[in-house]
Write a new protein. Structure first.
Lengths: 282, 371
């Protein structure tokens, strides 16, 4: 299991105009030029994680999960190249790289280990935990995040995502500091590899201690699978997109991680993902 | 648990063809001639060379299936590691162009999902294990190979499919043009007259396994490190750090490396940093090295899969390919790539891949004695 040494986030409901993230970064003493909103958002969450959990370490790994990194700039680049016949500017183009947020976080936090952007629909954070678990022995520390960017105009974004015209949209940036050598971890987390059969998940769920609290991905809330009666189901939350699992884990940690916990999700591919955690002291 | 990782199969679909023999033959030949790509920019018509390989998306499932051979696709212990830089932007671009051509007042990018290509491939192949989309710019597929090897090595998985896909799209072409990194002539890695990259498209797939079977190659290890000195220009020091970390991970001494497939993009900054980084690690005895990008173009996030497959195809046919079109040494680099194919007598090879965002990745492969 991976030791969680710190966590932090930025979450905001989207209003008519974008919130000024640059000002919030400046308030934290960070000024980064020529970056896009996705990078600002990622950086803001990562800085809050460091503020809560301390220095990450120069040899740490940095994994950023996002279903659609740099969506704002991708939309802008397509409009400029196709509709306006104007090449993207150099910074518009280079900032499209999904891993560029990781670059700026690594630069700000002095991180020099591997730096990956990872994507898996409805399971990006879990995918990050899976990859970290595999390589963790060579990288004792890591920063793992999940970033969901707001895109304006909001009506267009709702249509892009297939949401109702009155759906509230959020942007979020959740980050978790993982340290194998942390003497007093807040919690310990493990991701089960995705499973095609619910039976395998059910076996795992039945093996969890009685009273384990379970959070369901919003996609499962209305059509939950049969859950063992020994589990205590947690109420849902408003982040219904890719930040759903990260928000659930954040809330577990923020509440003091008092007992065992898990998060269950199922992707469009039919694969089940299970993230489980237990208090750090256990 | 630490297990050996074997390369059981490699397939590619690129401008040089789809057959390993044809791809190796193109690598042995003189400089291939790319096609043209044309676009309008600020009222001017721009013409750039481009290595086109039609039908990349459609070809991917079949070549991935060929790479997997008789591996059990239904086992949950087979993972898919998908690397791409543009990751589906070509499909969004086509949809937007079609909508505009049809007179629809549309917006770019519907149902965004960077993992869609991997998910579709996963479904088409009937895979049941985990899948990951890794995006680290031009080292994406190299990282896919590296992380697949970690999972096999640790015993988390028994088989893995590492795939790199890059499709022609206007955003990438115009973006590199905008950054003044695209040459209008041809790619000349490590040459004194190099002036930029020529893009290309491809799909390539490699089957890694924890059991050898008839494999001729072992993936010994590698490393991926972040260089925070500049978002697009790598530093010699961090390239050297990455190679040193890869050698350590693989348990290989520098003197054991028999040949190097360089990243070798043909840009001023990348080739200078790579040459200085190689000299820092290998001193005055840099092993024979080459760049394959004059043959395939720079296939961006897919080059880690394509160039690994192609390099192995050449070595299996007894030669280390030359850097096609290389003519004039650059004194600032202090080293020069192969001008003519060199005989391959077996051993260990180093493969370098670097990407925007400071993503450096190095891999080490060893040719195995016959079974």
């Amino acid at each position: 299991m991976l030791n969680i040494a710190g966590f932090g986030r930025h979450v905001g409901a989207l209003g008519a105009a974008p919130e000024d993230l640059r000002a919030q970064l400046l308030a934290l003493g960070v000024s980064v030029r020529r970056v896009n909103r996705f990078i600002e958002l990622a950086l803001l969450g990562a800085l809050r994680c460091r503020a809560n959990g301390g220095d990450i370490g120069a040899d740490a790994a940095l994994y950023a999960a996002a279903e659609t990194p740099m969506l704002n700039d991708c939309v802008k680049a397509l409009r400029s190249t196709i509709a306006e016949q104007r090449p993207p500017t150099p910074f518009e183009f280079m900032n499209i790289s999904g891993n560029m947020a990781g670059f700026y976080i690594a630069q700000q936090l002095g991180i020099g280990g591997p730096q990956l952007a990872v994507a898996r629909r409805h399971g990006g954070l879990e995918a990050g935990f899976e990859l970290l678990g595999i390589s963790h022995r060579s990288h004792r520390r890591a920063l793992l995040g999940c970033v969901d960017e707001g895109v304006w105009p909001l009506d267009e974004q709702r249509e892009r995502l297939g949401l109702a015209a009155d759906a509230t949209l959020y942007e979020s940036s959740h980050w978790f500091h993982i340290d194998a050598d942390c003497a007093t971890p807040l919690a310990r987390v493990a991701a089960l590899l995705p499973q095609a059969e619910y039976g395998a998940i059910e076996t795992e769920l039945r093996a969890l201690p009685g009273g384990t609290r379970i959070a369901l991905h919003p996609r499962l809330e209305r059509d939950a699978p049969p859950l063992p009666a020994t589990l205590e189901r947690l109420p849902g939350h408003d982040l219904r997109g890719q930040g759903a699992c990260a928000e659930a884990l954040y809330r577990y940690l923020d509440s003091g991680a008092a007992g065992p916990w898990c998060h269950l999700s199922r992707g469009e591919d039919g694969l089940w993902s299970l993230l489980r955690a237990q208090p750090g002291a256990s | 648990m630490t297990r050996a990782v074997y390369l059981r199969g490699a397939q590619a679909h690129c401008a040089a063809g789809v057959d390993a023999g044809a791809i190796a033959a193109t690598c042995r030949a003189a400089t291939p001639a790319p096609a043209d790509v044309r676009f309008r920019s600020l009222g001017n018509e721009i013409v750039l060379p481009y290595f086109r390989a039609a039908g990349v998306e459609a070809a991917t499932p079949a070549l991935a299936a060929r790479a997997l051979g008789d591996a059990d696709r239904g086992t949950p212990r087979l993972g898919l590691y998908f690397g791409s830089s543009s990751a589906g932007i070509a499909a969004h671009e086509r949809a937007y162009v079609e909508a505009r051509a049809a007179g629809r007042d549309d917006f770019p990018i519907h149902s965004p999902d960077q993992s869609r290509s991997a998910r579709r491939l996963h479904d088409t192949l009937g895979l049941r294990g985990p899948y990951y989309t890794l995006s680290t710019a031009c080292s994406s597929a190299a990282n896919a190979l590296l992380y697949a090897s970690f999972a096999l090595r640790d015993g988390v998985l028994d088989e893995a499919l590492a795939v790199g896909v890059e499709e022609e799209n206007q955003v990438s072409q115009q973006g590199f043009f905008s950054m003044m990194l695209a040459t209008r002539t041809r790619s000349r890695p490590f040459d004194a007259r190099r002036d930029g990259i020529v893009l290309g498209e491809c799909a390539a797939a490699l089957h890694l396994s924890a059991t050898r079977g008839a494999a001729r190659w072992q993936l010994l290890g590698g490393a991926s490190l972040c260089d925070v000195s500049h978002p697009t220009n790598p530093s010699p020091q961090r390239i050297a750090d990455t190679i040193v970390a890869a050698l350590a991970d693989a348990g290989v001494a520098p003197r054991e490396v028999a040949a190097i497939k360089a990243h070798g993009t043909g840009t001023r900054a990348n080739d200078l940093a790579e040459a200085l980084g190689l000299r820092q690690v290998f001193g005055d005895t840099v092993p024979p090295f080459t760049s394959l990008k004059p043959v395939f173009g720079h296939t961006l996030g897919a080059c880690g899969a394509l160039e690994t497959a192609a390099f192995v195809a050449c070595l299996e046919r007894g030669f280390v390919p030359a850097t096609a079109g290389f003519e004039e040494e650059d004194d600032e680099l202090g080293i020069a790539p192969l001008r003519a194919p060199a005989p391959w007598r077996g051993g260990i090879v180093l493969l370098n891949y670097f990407g925007f965002g400071g993503n450096n990745c190095s891999l080490l492969l060893r040719e195995l004695p016959p079974c």
